[in-house]
Design a protein. Structure first.
Ligand code: MG
Ligand code: MG
Length: 583
């Protein structure tokens, strides 16, 4: 489709310092009856001409899927021997790759046997992690292939899906580390042969196609660095990364607002039982606390927060993660090509190391939480005995669907977070994909929500916020009924849940009458997971942008996914009518 010649393409690559390491794919070659067989050799000669113009010497032939093709390992080997003769005359090479859905050859071990019997120096094998790992073939046998017979190695990961392997490969491949396949084990087997050729990322993915090329390129590099680090000694060409920072939880959440909105937000926090515990020594910044929760309201005109406010409006501009070593976290993040951020600080003030996170917000690494409050803030007296909330339970970030894999790799690459199974949640006007990340101690939970439908609340948030960002922060407590009662006494009001919901909960769980009445009166949502119980309640949206959730967990590890559709419908009813999309 390019409006120039193959020679131009080759030159453009060389001008960029790139080498074209393979031409692909050449399909439906081996095992054909005449006259298709002769036609295939003629077709191959034409592609050899093309390769000459591109200046590449390796052609990838993937295993035949044509219904006309004939089986037989020796027949295929004979075809490759003849192709090898023709390739050798032009100093070209041909690599054979088993497609997982090949008609006669779908296993790399059979492809290797064909290459072995072709017995020609211009014929080798091409290994692709997806085609070996998706059908769960063992990778041990790779180790017995001589390195000089492996012409190219292609890498891809993929999430575990109950999908036919062809659709799975064409739409859901992803970078190593973003999926569930044991790619590192595959590469280890490849390296055991002594192979030292290129590792090619071969990804077909709808999100990547829709997303930003720069982001995808950065993610590809990040993925390879992580893979190399995971292989450790086997690769040993780069200095090891710092180990993943041990996270302890959320140190603080910072909101960027205008002066007018600051008092509105402060009033809301007050109704939720937060206390104003500090004012910044030199900036227009307030600290609000409750239990172990620390919130910052920032309306300093000359600050990162202000520029974030100008771009996105009121919302979360930074999250601080409490880690065991902020220095090590920064070193690892930098090695993984995260963008570091420095902000001018006043004399004697603390500079907290930071990187760019979701939607241009900041991710701070806080070590020894507490120091920053003493150094930078004037302490205000308040009475902590009324605190009902304890900590930040989770932070939920909305992003376009095509950014989800990128932020997944960002969080799991830098921090000690693991993926929970991805969920699909029904918004009244489309589907939202939800991916929770959690550390081993369950003290840090981040939820990534992505939607490709344009009118879901998640998508509307992104549209109206001018990009990805925090859509809600959930606080934990030990007794949600008394916490909510105290908040209501302070004038707090919560998202209205339809009565039908409670009829359903009553029918489903047989809770006692008093509990049922309390849930219904207070608009508290309920879920159960085995013996575990979960209670959650939502504030109205602040400025139609973000909201707070209060949860009580009793041996429960999820996020109330069963209630998400009810909550989203209630929020959609309360939200402003959908504006015409900005052009
Ligand atoms: Mg491939
Ligand atoms: Mg939540």
């Amino acid at each position: 489709s390019f409006n120039g010649s193959p020679r131009d393409v080759g030159q453009m690559c060389r001008d960029l310092g790139l080498t074209i390491c393979a031409f692909q794919p050449f399909r439906d070659f081996e095992g054909m009856p005449e006259p298709q067989r002769a036609r295939n050799f003629a077709r191959a000669e034409r592609k050899f001409d093309l390769m000459g113009e591109l200046q590449t010497d390796l052609m990838l032939v993937c295993s035949n899927i044509s219904p006309a093709s004939l089986g037989g390992i020796d027949r295929a080997a004979a075809d490759f021997r003849e192709l090898g003769e023709r390739a050798a005359m032009r100093a070209l090479r041909v690599g054979y790759e088993a497609l997982a859905w090949g008609l006669h050859v779908n296993d790399y071990r059979d492809a290797w046997e064909i290459v072995r019997r072709a017995d020609h120096r211009s014929i080798g094998i091409i290994l692709d992690s997806f085609h070996a790992l998706a059908p769960s073939f063992p990778t041990m046998a790779i180790q017995s292939i001589p390195a000089d017979r492996i012409f190219l190695v292609q890498l891809a990961d993929a999430p575990k899906l109950g999908l036919d392997v062809l659709s799975w490969s064409r739409h859901f491949r992803c970078f190593p580390g973003q999926g569930d396949l044991p790619v590192a084990g595959f590469v280890e087997a490849v390296l055991a042969t002594g192979y030292s050729g290129p590792l090619s990322l071969e990804i077909f993915n709808d999100q990547f196609r829709a997303g930003s090329a720069v982001r995808t390129a950065t993610d590809g590099l990040r993925s390879l660095i992580l893979l190399e680090d995971q292989l450790g000694k086997a690769a040993a060409q780069v200095p090891a990364l710092q180990p993943r920072a041990s996270s302890r939880g959320v140190g603080f959440v910072e909101f960027a607002v205008s002066e007018a909105k600051a008092s509105e937000l402060a009033a809301l926090l007050g109704r939720l039982g937060f206390r104003r515990t500090g004012t910044h020594r030199s900036k227009d910044v307030e600290r609000w606390s409750q239990g172990h929760i620390e919130l910052v309201i920032n309306c300093e005109p000359d600050s990162f927060a202000h520029s974030h406010y100008l771009t996105h409006g009121a919302g979360v501009c930074a999250i601080a993660i409490d880690v065991d070593s902020a220095g090590a976290a920064m070193t690892r993040a930098e090695a993984l090509k995260a963008h570091t951020f420095h902000q001018p600080v006043g004399p004697g003030e603390l500079e907290i190391p930071a990187i760019r996170g979701v939607g241009g917000s900041l991710l701070y690494f806080l070590e020894g939480a507490g120091k920053n409050w003493d150094v930078d803030f004037e302490q205000l007296d308040s009475d902590a005995s009324t605190d009902r909330l304890d900590g930040v339970d989770h932070i939920s970030q909305s992003m376009p669907y095509d950014e989800m894999l990128s932020w997944l790799l960002f969080y799991t690459g830098i921090l000690d977070l693991k993926r929970l199974p991805q969920m699909e949640i029904a918004d009244p006007v489309g589907l939202v994909q939800s991916q929770a990340l959690i550390n081993a101690g369950e003290s840090l939970r981040v939820v990534l929500n992505g939607s490709s439908a344009t009118r879901t609340l998640s998508a509307r948030f992104i549209h109206e916020f001018f990009g990805s960002g925090v859509q809600h922060v959930a606080f934990s407590c030990n007794d949600i009924l008394s916490a909510v009662a105290a908040m209501r006494a302070r004038g707090a009001d919560f998202l209205k849940i339809p009565d039908n919901y409670y009829d359903d909960i009553e029918a489903k769980y047989g809770l006692d009458d008093a509990t049922m009445a309390a849930l219904r009166q207070n608009q508290i949502l309920y879920d159960r997971e085995g013996e575990g119980e979960f209670f959650q309640i939502y504030t109205h949206a602040f400025d139609d942008r973000f909201f707070f959730e209060i949860v009580e967990r009793r041996n429960y590890h999820g996020f109330g996914a069963a209630n998400a559709a009810i909550r989203l419908a209630a929020q959609t009813r309360e939200s402003r009518p959908l504006a015409m999309p900005r052009s």
